[in-house]
Design a binder for this molecule. Sequence first.
Ligand SMILES: [Ca+2]
Length: 246
Amino acid sequence: MTTKRTNRKSKGRRVSHVLLKGKGVAAARRRATGKDSDAINFESLENRQLMSVVNVTDFGAKPNDGQDDRSAVEAAIAASQAGDVIQFPVGTLNFSNSVTLRSGRTYQGVRGTTPIGIENLPRFVTALSRIEGGFRLDAGASNITIQDFDINSPACAINTSSSSNLVIRRNRISAHGDHAVRTAGANGFKLVDNFFDHTTGADRAGELWNLSNFEVSRNILYYVHNGFHICDPKDNGSCSTTSAGS
Ligand SMILES: [Ca+2]
């Protein structure tokens, strides 16, 4: 196992704990702020965090071997902190059950360069990080972005409820046996630029209840059983969808 976290973050955090002592403190504060005051709030430095990239492969996830990667990915997530990017590799990872995502993180696949060509429709660029399985969010999860994956789930691909600030974009999503994306009571929800492909075994591509402050747009639905079921929407929503087959 290699280094789990980048040095960039640890250096940043060490800097945040520098202490100023002695007669030079007042002068240092005057230089930093232009004010002659002891009321400077240095605590803000303690709270500053720099973004790090945490690679799931550093925790044992191995693409294209057909073996379960769920525990390795969850270990990577557990080792990360709010503000981090959880990076997935090129290739296929297998989840024996849904992986639970923690708040405040971006879950990032590798974006390809090949457009999926469907005549006269917006082009979707391939995602090179394939997931055989699904993601789930606990109730109350917040500030999560899921992007650039090719998700192929036997059940629900992304399962969440009462989340806030959830962004799902640029993913290719197939589900077979449940709704592809399911949420209820989400506030601040973006489902944009995704390609729902052959969710013929799923009840609906999107089962979306009680959304507030949401955008569901520029998604392509290609050979799905049903499209988006947007039920009892609340405030400030916008929707548009492109279908290409049924
Ligand atoms: Ca594997």
